[in-house]
Design a protein around this ligand. Structure first.
Ligand code: 3PY
Ligand code: MG
Length: 253
Protein backbone atom coordinates (compact mmCIF):
# COMPACT_ATOMS: atom_id res chain seq x y z
CA UNK A 1 0.00 0.00 0.00
CA UNK A 2 1.34 3.40 -0.83
CA UNK A 3 0.60 6.39 1.28
CA UNK A 4 1.17 10.02 0.63
CA UNK A 5 2.05 12.21 3.58
CA UNK A 6 1.63 15.90 3.88
CA UNK A 7 4.07 17.53 6.27
CA UNK A 8 2.39 18.57 9.51
CA UNK A 9 1.77 22.29 9.72
CA UNK A 10 4.20 24.28 11.77
CA UNK A 11 2.53 25.80 14.85
CA UNK A 12 3.67 29.15 16.18
CA UNK A 13 3.55 31.00 19.49
CA UNK A 14 3.17 34.77 19.56
CA UNK A 15 4.26 37.07 22.36
CA UNK A 16 2.77 40.53 22.84
CA UNK A 17 3.80 41.18 26.42
CA UNK A 18 7.13 42.83 25.73
CA UNK A 19 9.40 41.39 28.39
CA UNK A 20 12.19 38.82 28.35
CA UNK A 21 10.23 36.86 30.99
CA UNK A 22 7.19 36.61 28.70
CA UNK A 23 9.42 35.65 25.77
CA UNK A 24 11.09 32.98 27.87
CA UNK A 25 7.77 31.51 29.03
CA UNK A 26 6.35 31.51 25.49
CA UNK A 27 9.50 29.88 24.11
CA UNK A 28 8.79 26.90 26.39
CA UNK A 29 5.19 26.02 25.50
CA UNK A 30 6.22 23.51 22.83
CA UNK A 31 5.46 25.55 19.69
CA UNK A 32 7.64 25.17 16.61
CA UNK A 33 8.52 28.86 16.58
CA UNK A 34 7.98 32.09 18.49
CA UNK A 35 7.34 35.63 17.34
CA UNK A 36 8.12 38.68 19.47
CA UNK A 37 5.66 41.30 18.24
CA UNK A 38 7.15 44.79 17.98
CA UNK A 39 4.38 46.05 15.70
CA UNK A 40 1.30 45.74 17.91
CA UNK A 41 2.83 44.00 20.93
CA UNK A 42 4.77 45.72 23.72
CA UNK A 43 8.25 44.76 22.45
CA UNK A 44 10.53 47.70 21.82
CA UNK A 45 14.18 47.81 20.83
CA UNK A 46 15.41 47.16 24.38
CA UNK A 47 13.03 44.31 25.21
CA UNK A 48 13.67 42.64 21.85
CA UNK A 49 17.42 42.70 22.59
CA UNK A 50 16.97 41.55 26.22
CA UNK A 51 14.60 38.76 25.15
CA UNK A 52 16.92 37.55 22.42
CA UNK A 53 19.89 37.66 24.80
CA UNK A 54 18.01 35.38 27.20
CA UNK A 55 16.73 33.07 24.44
CA UNK A 56 20.16 32.87 22.79
CA UNK A 57 21.79 31.86 26.08
CA UNK A 58 19.04 29.24 26.51
CA UNK A 59 19.50 27.89 22.98
CA UNK A 60 16.01 29.04 21.91
CA UNK A 61 16.75 31.94 19.58
CA UNK A 62 17.10 29.60 16.59
CA UNK A 63 13.32 29.47 16.32
CA UNK A 64 12.57 33.04 17.42
CA UNK A 65 11.46 35.70 14.97
CA UNK A 66 10.65 39.37 15.45
CA UNK A 67 7.69 41.09 13.86
CA UNK A 68 9.25 44.47 13.22
CA UNK A 69 6.98 47.55 13.47
CA UNK A 70 7.44 48.44 9.82
CA UNK A 71 9.60 47.71 6.78
CA UNK A 72 12.75 49.24 8.23
CA UNK A 73 16.29 48.09 7.45
CA UNK A 74 17.50 49.35 10.83
CA UNK A 75 14.78 47.46 12.77
CA UNK A 76 15.38 44.31 10.72
CA UNK A 77 19.15 44.53 11.18
CA UNK A 78 18.93 45.09 14.94
CA UNK A 79 16.56 42.14 15.46
CA UNK A 80 18.87 39.85 13.47
CA UNK A 81 22.00 41.25 15.15
CA UNK A 82 20.44 40.39 18.53
CA UNK A 83 20.05 36.76 17.44
CA UNK A 84 16.59 36.40 15.88
CA UNK A 85 16.36 33.66 13.30
CA UNK A 86 14.22 35.87 11.12
CA UNK A 87 11.79 38.71 10.83
CA UNK A 88 8.16 39.15 9.89
CA UNK A 89 7.63 42.42 8.04
CA UNK A 90 4.09 43.82 8.21
CA UNK A 91 2.06 45.60 5.53
CA UNK A 92 4.21 44.75 2.51
CA UNK A 93 2.23 46.07 -0.45
CA UNK A 94 4.17 44.96 -3.52
CA UNK A 95 7.21 43.11 -4.85
CA UNK A 96 9.45 46.16 -4.58
CA UNK A 97 8.72 46.49 -0.85
CA UNK A 98 9.26 42.73 -0.44
CA UNK A 99 12.66 43.10 -2.14
CA UNK A 100 13.63 45.90 0.28
CA UNK A 101 12.75 43.63 3.25
CA UNK A 102 14.60 40.60 1.83
CA UNK A 103 17.67 42.73 1.05
CA UNK A 104 17.71 44.12 4.59
CA UNK A 105 18.00 40.53 5.89
CA UNK A 106 21.14 39.70 3.91
CA UNK A 107 24.70 40.90 3.66
CA UNK A 108 26.28 41.91 0.33
CA UNK A 109 26.29 40.79 -2.38
CA UNK A 110 22.83 39.33 -1.70
CA UNK A 111 21.53 42.35 0.18
CA UNK A 112 22.18 45.50 2.17
CA UNK A 113 22.55 44.29 5.79
CA UNK A 114 25.32 45.86 7.86
CA UNK A 115 27.67 43.68 9.99
CA UNK A 116 27.18 43.76 13.78
CA UNK A 117 26.41 40.28 15.19
CA UNK A 118 25.68 41.25 18.81
CA UNK A 119 24.35 37.78 19.65
CA UNK A 120 27.96 36.62 20.00
CA UNK A 121 28.10 38.59 23.27
CA UNK A 122 25.30 36.50 24.78
CA UNK A 123 26.44 33.09 23.62
CA UNK A 124 25.40 33.01 19.97
CA UNK A 125 27.74 31.83 17.29
CA UNK A 126 28.98 34.26 14.66
CA UNK A 127 28.29 32.70 11.28
CA UNK A 128 30.01 33.94 8.18
CA UNK A 129 28.06 36.48 6.15
CA UNK A 130 27.36 33.76 3.62
CA UNK A 131 26.08 31.28 6.24
CA UNK A 132 23.98 33.99 7.86
CA UNK A 133 22.41 34.83 4.49
CA UNK A 134 21.54 31.18 3.97
CA UNK A 135 19.89 30.61 7.36
CA UNK A 136 17.97 33.87 7.87
CA UNK A 137 14.21 33.73 7.37
CA UNK A 138 12.37 36.66 5.82
CA UNK A 139 8.59 36.56 6.03
CA UNK A 140 6.57 39.35 4.45
CA UNK A 141 3.00 40.03 5.48
CA UNK A 142 0.28 40.47 2.89
CA UNK A 143 -2.73 42.10 4.45
CA UNK A 144 -4.25 44.47 1.87
CA UNK A 145 -5.96 44.06 -1.53
CA UNK A 146 -2.92 45.78 -3.14
CA UNK A 147 -0.63 43.09 -1.73
CA UNK A 148 -2.97 40.30 -2.83
CA UNK A 149 -3.00 41.80 -6.34
CA UNK A 150 0.83 41.49 -6.45
CA UNK A 151 1.20 38.31 -4.37
CA UNK A 152 2.63 36.15 -7.18
CA UNK A 153 5.45 38.69 -7.70
CA UNK A 154 5.93 39.12 -3.93
CA UNK A 155 6.29 35.36 -3.38
CA UNK A 156 8.77 35.13 -6.27
CA UNK A 157 11.17 37.77 -4.86
CA UNK A 158 14.52 36.07 -4.14
CA UNK A 159 15.10 36.02 -0.39
CA UNK A 160 11.41 36.04 0.56
CA UNK A 161 11.10 32.79 2.51
CA UNK A 162 7.45 33.02 3.53
CA UNK A 163 4.35 35.02 2.66
CA UNK A 164 2.45 35.52 5.91
CA UNK A 165 -1.17 36.62 5.88
CA UNK A 166 -2.58 39.10 8.39
CA UNK A 167 -6.22 37.98 8.22
CA UNK A 168 -7.51 40.71 10.51
CA UNK A 169 -6.04 43.61 8.52
CA UNK A 170 -6.90 41.88 5.26
CA UNK A 171 -10.54 41.48 6.29
CA UNK A 172 -10.73 45.15 7.34
CA UNK A 173 -9.15 46.32 4.08
CA UNK A 174 -11.53 44.16 2.06
CA UNK A 175 -14.53 45.42 4.01
CA UNK A 176 -15.35 41.94 5.25
CA UNK A 177 -14.84 39.75 8.31
CA UNK A 178 -12.21 37.12 9.04
CA UNK A 179 -14.97 34.49 9.06
CA UNK A 180 -16.19 35.57 5.61
CA UNK A 181 -12.61 35.65 4.31
CA UNK A 182 -12.11 32.07 5.52
CA UNK A 183 -15.45 30.97 4.06
CA UNK A 184 -14.67 32.49 0.63
CA UNK A 185 -13.94 29.61 -1.73
CA UNK A 186 -14.68 31.58 -4.91
CA UNK A 187 -12.29 31.37 -7.86
CA UNK A 188 -10.60 34.64 -6.83
CA UNK A 189 -10.43 33.90 -3.11
CA UNK A 190 -7.53 35.93 -1.62
CA UNK A 191 -6.43 33.08 0.66
CA UNK A 192 -6.30 30.53 -2.16
CA UNK A 193 -4.37 33.03 -4.24
CA UNK A 194 -1.72 33.38 -1.51
CA UNK A 195 -1.36 29.60 -1.16
CA UNK A 196 -1.12 29.15 -4.94
CA UNK A 197 1.48 31.95 -5.24
CA UNK A 198 3.63 30.41 -2.49
CA UNK A 199 3.34 26.93 -3.98
CA UNK A 200 4.39 28.25 -7.39
CA UNK A 201 7.37 30.04 -5.83
CA UNK A 202 8.35 27.02 -3.70
CA UNK A 203 7.94 28.86 -0.39
CA UNK A 204 5.75 28.34 2.66
CA UNK A 205 2.35 30.03 3.00
CA UNK A 206 1.88 31.18 6.59
CA UNK A 207 -0.72 33.14 8.52
CA UNK A 208 -1.58 34.62 11.83
CA UNK A 209 -4.53 32.77 13.35
CA UNK A 210 -4.82 33.50 17.08
CA UNK A 211 -7.44 30.82 17.68
CA UNK A 212 -8.07 27.15 16.96
CA UNK A 213 -11.06 27.69 14.61
CA UNK A 214 -9.11 30.17 12.48
CA UNK A 215 -5.98 27.99 12.50
CA UNK A 216 -7.99 24.91 11.53
CA UNK A 217 -9.64 26.73 8.63
CA UNK A 218 -6.29 28.11 7.43
CA UNK A 219 -4.59 24.71 7.52
CA UNK A 220 -7.53 23.22 5.60
CA UNK A 221 -6.95 25.91 2.95
CA UNK A 222 -3.29 24.95 2.57
CA UNK A 223 -1.47 27.22 5.01
CA UNK A 224 1.56 25.36 6.39
CA UNK A 225 2.61 27.65 9.21
CA UNK A 226 0.10 29.25 11.59
CA UNK A 227 0.47 31.36 14.73
CA UNK A 228 -2.00 30.08 17.28
CA UNK A 229 -0.92 30.71 20.87
CA UNK A 230 -0.86 34.42 21.77
CA UNK A 231 0.24 35.22 25.33
CA UNK A 232 -2.29 37.99 25.94
CA UNK A 233 -5.17 35.80 24.69
CA UNK A 234 -3.98 32.80 26.72
CA UNK A 235 -4.00 34.87 29.90
CA UNK A 236 -7.36 36.46 29.19
CA UNK A 237 -9.17 33.28 28.11
CA UNK A 238 -7.65 30.76 30.47
CA UNK A 239 -7.40 33.19 33.36
CA UNK A 240 -11.09 34.01 32.94
CA UNK A 241 -12.01 30.32 32.74
CA UNK A 242 -10.07 29.53 35.92
CA UNK A 243 -11.78 32.33 37.82
CA UNK A 244 -15.22 31.12 36.66
CA UNK A 245 -14.37 27.51 37.59
CA UNK A 246 -13.18 28.62 41.04
CA UNK A 247 -16.43 30.58 41.59
CA UNK A 248 -18.55 27.59 40.55
CA UNK A 249 -16.51 25.25 42.76
CA UNK A 250 -16.84 27.63 45.72
CA UNK A 251 -20.62 27.98 45.19
CA UNK A 252 -21.16 24.21 45.14
CA UNK A 253 -18.82 23.50 48.09
C1 3PY B 1 -3.43 40.69 11.14
O1 3PY B 1 -4.23 39.74 11.20
O2 3PY B 1 -3.61 41.70 10.47
C2 3PY B 1 -2.19 40.63 11.90
O3 3PY B 1 -1.30 41.39 11.64
C3 3PY B 1 -2.09 39.66 13.02
O4 3PY B 1 -1.25 40.10 14.02
MG1 MG C 1 -1.87 43.08 10.58
Amino acid sequence: MTSSTIAAPSIGAWSMLGTSAAASVMARIGADWLVLDAQHGLYDDRSVVESLALLTAGGMAETTHVRVPHNSASWIGRALDAGARGVIVPMVQNAEQARVAADACRYAPAGTRSWGPMAAYWGGTVPTAEASNARVQCAVMVETPQAIADVEAIAAVPGVDMVFVGPFDLAIALGTTVEALLADTSADSPLDRVVAACTAAGIVPGSFAGSIPIATALVARGFRSVAVAVDTAILTQHGGELVQQARRAAESA
